[in-house]
Design a binder for this molecule. Structure first.
Ligand code: NAP
Ligand code: G4F
Length: 365
């Protein structure tokens, strides 16, 4: 039975990756930093009682700011595979907290790689680094009008991407210097119903669900014309696992060859909630109206524009498709449908619960 260690456990990618590895009979170890509130709802369904003699799912308190803790954990567990997903992964936040982001997204990766070496596991443990698609921007002059590949020149446009660029190169450097199995997954935006609430897709589907249930009046957004290659996280975690099953470590671009604007995603989401919309220009700003009531339900707020933006990216994932035989199962529209439906369901349940409590409390008045 293989052992996998995953950092960054409480959020989207981890939850799907853990599900996948458990279904493949891995023993899964997770590192969770201590928080004052429980934030494990995305993975509670995977939890196993620690007294279970066949326990496959082990929790370790750990923090990527703490080298001694990492060295001890890695020496004790001796994992066959490490997936480094922990990060400060919000691009807009990285402009507000550049120093923390540098620590989180660059130094932590170096710490993990060093911990593997100090534990004498560099020849046996395979290492996956969660790299990102937005290391590239502008034209690739070697391939004008073509898609980016693993070899395209890099031009990061935020403190987050600068930090991730270092992490990518230090992973490559450890591979070359110490002959480690270390590789980067250069992944595009992947989303799902359990995506963190302030990334744009989830922000949209939650707002659309609430607007459809009369729980919210308006959605404020930034740049509607930015284009992304959005896909379902379930398809992407499969690619992460496949990269570590290769005979030699290589970096792979994981993308779908499609790119859509934030505006298109907003449109699909309202369609899923059966709300007909019409957008109009008012002065310099665009506003969107609910056609049944003519209430304004979407507005632009400059606060959500970034100091530097990546407007458009297209990536060529043919290497992953040919070598890993990776192929996505979802479409972006299927994912959007799933996200809107799941948020509507969630808020309906919350409202029913609130009503229930209200009725109980009323009995005591
Ligand atoms: P995410 O939702 O932001 O999750 C980050 C995880 O890191 C959380 O579980 C967080 O735990 C953990 N973490 C933060 N600080 C930590 C610390 N000091 N010690 C231990 N754990 C810590 O990220 P995601 O969307 O699942 O993405 C996973 C990885 O893929 C990230 O590295 C991201 O940069 C990269 N990536 C994501 C995408 C995408 O579109 N999703 C695309 C390309 C690359 P808490 O709950 O305690 O905060
Ligand atoms: O959802 P976003 O915040 O994701 P972004 O910046 O593309 O980053 C995500 O994908 C990367 C991989 O490509 C990861 F490395 C990273 O960790 C993260 O998961 O924003 C998407 C687009 C941007 O162009 C942004 O300007 O949506 C635009 N946008 C417009 N209004 C907004 C908003 N983004 C957010 N978060 N909130 C808005 O109100």
């Amino acid at each position: 039975m293989k052992k996998a260690l995953i950092t960054g456990i409480t959020w989207q990618d981890w939850a799907y990756l853990a599900e996948l590895l458990l279904s493949k009979w891995y023993e899964v170890h997770w590192i969770k930093r201590r928080t004052s509130l429980f934030n494990t709802d995305r993975i509670d369904h995977l939890y196993q009682d620690i007294h279970n003699p066949n326990l496959k799912f082990h929790l370790h308190y750990g923090d990527l700011t703490d080298s001694a803790n990492l060295i001890k954990l890695i020496s004790d567990i001796k994992p066959d595979e490490i997936y480094n997903l922990a990060a400060q992964s919000h691009v807009a936040v990285s402009f507000d907290m550049p120093e923390y982001t540098a620590n989180a997204d660059w130094i932590w990766t170096l710490r993990l790689l060093e911990a593997i070496r100090i534990a004498w596991l560099e020849k046996t443990t395979k290492f996956y680094q969660a790299s990102t698609s937005e290391l590239f921007w502008g034209l690739d002059y070697n391939r004008p009008l073509a898609w980016y590949t693993e070899e395209s020149p890099m031009h990061p446009r935020s403190p987050y991407w600068c930090a991730k660029l270092y992490a990518m190169w230090i992973t490559r450097n450890y591979k070359e210097s110490y002959d480690m199995f270390a590789c980067n997954g250069i992944l595009f935006n992947h989303e799902s119903p359990i995506r963190w609430e302030t990334f744009v897709t989830r922000k949209i589907t939650m707002a659309v669900a609430k607007i459809s249930l009369w729980l919210q009046d308006k959605l404020f957004l930034g740049n509607l014309d930015a284009k992304r290659d959005w896909w379902h996280a379930k398809d992407y975690v499969e690619a992460m696992w496949m990269m570590l099953q290769q005979d030699k470590p290589e970096d792979f671009v994981i993308s779908t060859w499609e790119s859509y604007s934030v505006r298109e995603f907003v449109n699909w989401s309202f369609e899923e909630a059966w709300i007909e919309i019409e957008w109009r220009w008012e002065w310099i700003d665009e506003k969107w109206y609910d056609k049944s009531t003519w209430k304004c339900i979407v507005e632009i707020d400059k606060k959500y524009f970034r100091p530097a933006e990546v407007d458009f990216l297209l990536w060529d994932s043919s290497k992953a498709r040919n070598v890993l035989l990776w192929k996505p199962k979802y479409t972006v529209q299927m994912m959007c449908k799933e996200m809107v439906a799941s948020d509507i369901e969630k808020f309906k349940k919350q409202e029913i619960l609130k009503k229930h409590w209200y009725e109980i409390l009323n009995q005591y008045e």
